[in-house]
Design a protein around this ligand. Structure first.
Ligand SMILES: [Zn+2]
Ligand SMILES: [Zn+2]
Length: 264
């Protein structure tokens, strides 16, 4: 069976589920990718890459007491929001508001994946800016409690933030009959790349600040400085709206920490 046919079948099976089945499917799907990607990236950045001498930690400050426990607790709630939220794309399919492509070629799937990734950055930027407004900032402070980020902070949100970010797939589904493979690729790529951003690890110190692998440096600056660098994987939205932080924006904080640590 071709891989494309496999995903067409998977999408049709998903649409045929009961609403409870769709929620359970969503919960299992999001929990699986969270455990695999966040756990894998934690191992990679805590043990494997440092042992191999590849890349380096970005922010040397220690984690807050109980930080990992809080990130896992909030992530569990986000997984519940995302899982239950899977009933919305399911309902769109059942109500006929959206359909799945039944014979997508490799090129169609590839173009859809790229379009959804770019849309994800636009959607993330808009919602992230909203979450930094006076009215909504209190719903974003849970995420920013991770001053020094970890891969487990990737889904560490207030439930409202999880609902805002989790609806990214709905508008595109209304506008175009996507392949199920491309629709599934969005949360997978989004988590993978968001994980990169929260890893507090510079995977490729040799690349420039605009490189996609420098996303972890850029998002570290967002958590360290709070204002600026609101984008996701790419930084074109920050460029257009003039919200890019200088590459050394956290230098004073980190130097102060290192000086205090050396004086101890
Ligand atoms: Zn923020
Ligand atoms: Zn973040």
């Amino acid at each position: 069976m071709r891989i494309g046919e496999f995903f067409v079948g998977l999408g049709n099976d998903f649409a045929a589920l009961s609403p409870w089945g769709a929620m359970a499917w969503g919960l299992l799907f999001f929990t699986s990718i969270y455990v695999v990607f966040c756990g894998g990236n934690w191992l990679l950045t805590q043990s494997i890459l440092p042992a191999l001498g590849l890349g380096k930690r970005i922010d040397p400050r220690p984690l807050r007491d109980g930080q990992l426990r809080d990130e896992l607790r909030l992530s569990a709630v986000s997984l519940l929001v995302f899982g239950v939220g899977a009933v919305l794309p399911w309902a769109f399919l059942r109500w006929g508001w959206a359909s799945l492509a039944q014979d997508p070629g490799a090129l169609q799937i590839a173009v859809e994946v790229v379009v959804l990734l770019v849309w994800n950055d636009i959607h993330f930027y808009a919602n992230h800016r909203l979450l930094h407004t006076k009215a909504l900032r209190r719903f974003h402070q849970q995420h920013h409690r991770s001053l020094v980020t970890t891969p487990f902070a990737t889904y560490s949100f207030h439930p409202l933030e999880a609902a805002l970010l989790g609806n990214v797939i709905l508008l595109p589904m209304l506008l175009h009959d996507f392949s199920f493979a491309a629709l599934l690729s969005l949360p997978v790529c989004s988590l993978l790349l968001n994980n990169l951003g929260h890893s507090n690890y510079d995977y490729a110190p040799g690349v420039g600040p605009n490189h996609w692998l420098a996303a972890s440096r850029r998002h570290h600056l967002h958590h360290a400085c709070y204002h600026g660098n609101y984008g996701f994987l790419f930084n074109f939205m920050d460029g257009w709206f003039g919200t890019r932080l200088p590459d050394d924006a956290s230098r004073a904080q980190l130097e102060e920490f290192r000086a205090r640590a050396a004086a101890r």
